[in-house]
Design a protein around this ligand. Sequence first.
Ligand code: ADP
Ligand code: MN
Length: 326
Amino acid sequence: QLDPSTLKAFENAAAGHDGVLSDSTGELLVKPCTDAEADFYQQTLQDHPDFAELMPTFMGTLHLGTSAQVAESTVVQDFVHTSQVQRNQRSHGGKIATETAIVLENLEHGFSKPNVLDLKLGTTLYADGTAPEKAQRLDKVASETTSGSLGFRITGMKVWNGESFDKYDKLYGRGFNAETVKDGFATFFSGLSVALKQDEAAELLETIEAEIAKARNALERLESRMYSASLLIVYEGDNAALRTLVGGVYKTPRLQEKAPTRSEVQQSEDEEDEEDEDEPPTAYRVKMIDFAHAAWTPGQGKDENTITGLKNIEKQIDMLIARLTA
Ligand code: ADP
Ligand code: MN
């Protein structure tokens, strides 16, 4: 059971607004958001459960401003009071004005030193109906950055350097063009070549790329519009931990020589049950986040704007793999 008095500011974000909270275990995030984002999570669970797999696990919605606690679960209700107190205490800028928050799985949880890359998707970064001044401002940023040329840009990243995290803010990513942005990817993934053999690093990048392709393939067959959603890539930044994860202990069973016997299968299923559905430690995670301007839009066809960005990110990773295996 969660103790709401232990909610604290989440200080490990790669980008975005202030005001995100985390629980004491670090498993959950409470993110203030627009009603549209809360609705999108809710609706995706109902109507597109396959796509929900490509998003952080959604635990429920909080309505912070009112005494009415419209929550999805009792766990979530515990957050309401504390979140409200913290919101009132911290009133500096950079937070969005909202009464709503969502409770999400923290994608950094389980890593020793999570390296995080936030890639904002889309050439057009706003939905129809956005105020003209804001639309113009976003078009200008897009035209000056890889948002315009490639349909994505680096909006933030943090990379463990062995002693602390190197942080890269939104201006870092705005400084790249279509040719130079590969340097940003090289910087983010530099830990792989330090910790791993070249073929292992290449294999991990292929796995990450396949995960991105999965999201793109889902969007190719669905009808949605997502403006300024992000792809969040996390991988283990602690060299020793990464080597362990990739090197053996958690190697997938497909590499075992003989098929497991039925009793072995039963045993491992029992163990999984006992583990309370905790995911096993992993070297990486890839998810789509930030659905403030996202909607399922039946009849409108696929979201080329977002798909283009994902395709071009896959190409960047292809180039990194090519360099590793050259
Ligand atoms: P904003 O509207 O403020 O940009 P985002 O959803 O993009 O909101 O979140 C901002 C930052 O918080 C992201 O760049 C990411 O680093 C972090 N973040 C958001 N959701 C999660 C999550 N589920 N797990 C881990 N980190 C997250
Ligand atoms: Mn964001």
